[in-house]
Design a protein around this ligand. Structure first.
Ligand code: HEC
Ligand code: HEC
Length: 358
């Protein structure tokens, strides 16, 4: 071969090789992207907006798979407790998880440890033992507590926050901080969020903030939507349905004497609407939303206009200006009525609040 022909062959070989390397690195980069960010949207399930999906409900009670590091753009996923090696510490975490998932068994009206709460489970509102994205999960607790909260006007520890939910959402009596049960709950909640950097709230933590409606939320419209989407499980009278053991709920109550009290977070319309938007009817999720924003607000208005246990709230919100716009009990730092603070429209209140801050 002549020198110039040899050169051509080399050049040709180098071209092919670099094409191959190019293709391989594209494939590699794609694989890495999929590993980091998950498969692209079109592979995942499409959003459904129909209401028939109530029928295709399935309950998941374990914890989902592992995702160790926190990426601010990625929705938080809980660490996998079952992957933790057996130890006394793990047993404590498992007890904590079980207390969250099956609270009534231990602390309900017939609880085996103490009879201090209304029969609901923490998991009724902190879904999948506090791990579900946008399901009021605990991912941002370890990283943000202790913290100052306006409701009490003080710096709160995780113990205090847990007891808040026991006294309000479970309409019960606070647990002793040193009890094994409180220690287990705290350990579990801390462990869930142990990889979240201090001060951060991961994407998907807590409850979503829905945009305000332009009008007041309407309990009458809410009643119609409730009958369409909710009665099949929570019943017409909102009292829920007990399991055959007569002790634990298959479908927890939404109002009546066994429900959360007037001091609970869900008694605020924004919390209730945000919670159900991504989680109800049961089986809904942020990827499978069933209710429209209007339905969510109107149902919140309907459910929270029904009777439920009262809590003495005299000590709450010591600083009036710190009250959220949808706190339904006066006095207020602004001239809006209790009615408007309960049902909205909230935008004018939020605007007034903002300009008062300036
Ligand atoms: C009836 C519903 C309900 C029940 C039952 C309930 N909670 Fe809550 N919990 C809430 C709501 C609502 C919030 C506030 C969420 C928000 O404002 O974003 C909350 C907040 C919390 C927080 C703070 C979360 C954060 O990110 O700051 C903790 C911790 C907590 N609950 C623990 C518990 C424990 C433990 C139990 C059971 C003993 C329990 N909750 C039962 C509704 C409930
Ligand atoms: C297919 C049955 C089903 C339907 C339909 C359903 N839910 Fe639920 N709901 C549940 C179950 C089960 C839980 C408790 C979840 C858990 O413990 O894992 C729950 C929990 C709740 C909670 C928190 C606990 C409580 O009792 O306060 C609220 C609020 C709620 N549902 C509201 C609604 C609303 C509003 C609708 C209609 C838009 C609705 N649900 C439709 C099954 C259902």
């Amino acid at each position: 071969m002549e020198q110039s022909d040899k050169d051509k062959v080399y050049i040709e070989m180098i071209n092919r090789l670099s094409n191959l390397v190019g293709l391989l690195s594209i494939a590699l980069i794609a694989a890495i992207l999929i590993i980091i960010f998950g498969p692209p949207g079109f592979i995942k399930t499409a959003k459904s907006t129909n209401s028939n999906s109530t029928n295709s409900v399935n309950a998941t009670n374990g914890s989902p798979s592992v995702q160790k590091t926190m990426d601010k753009n990625k929705i938080w996923m809980a660490p996998d407790l079952d992957a933790v090696p057996d130890s006394e510490a793990k047993a404590m975490l498992e007890y904590g998880r079980d207390l969250i998932a099956n609270t009534a068994k231990y602390l309900g009206p017939n609880g085996s440890v103490a009879k201090i709460s209304n029969g609901m489970n923490c998991q009724n509102c902190h879904l999948e033992a506090g791990t579900k994205p946008f399901g009021n999960n605990y991912s941002g607790v370890a990283s943000t507590y202790p913290k100052f909260r306006e409701r009490s006007g003080s710096i709160e520890t995780i113990y205090k926050r847990v007891n808040d939910c026991i006294e309000r959402s479970l309409n019960g009596i606070a647990l002793d901080t040193l009890s094994k049960e409180m220690q287990a709950i705290k350990s579990y909640i801390e462990w869930l969020g142990n990889e979240v950097p201090k001060g951060e709230k991961p994407k998907g933590s807590g409850i979503v903030d829905l945009p305000y409606l332009k009008r007041a939320a309407d309990p009458l419209k809410g009643k119609t939507a409730y009958q369409k989407h909710c009665t099949s499980c929570h019943t017409e009278t909102g009292v829920g349905k007990l399991n055959t053991d007569g002790i634990t709920y298959q479908y927890p109550p939404l109002w009546g004497p066994k429900s959360y009290n007037t001091g609970a977070g869900l008694y605020r319309l924004s919390r209730f609407a945000g919670y159900i938007k991504h989680n109800m009817p049961f089986g809904a999720s942020y990827q499978n939303i069933i209710l429209s924003d209007e339905e969510a607000w109107d149902i919140a208005a309907y459910v929270n206009s029904q009777d439920r246990p009262q809590k003495d709230l005299k000590m709450d919100w010591p600083k009036l200006a710190g009250k959220p716009v949808d706190h339904p009990f006066g006095p207020y730092a602004d001239p809006f009525s209790e009615q408007q603070h309960k049902y909205g429209p909230f935008e004018p209140i939020a605007a007034a609040k903002k300009s008062a801050k300036k």
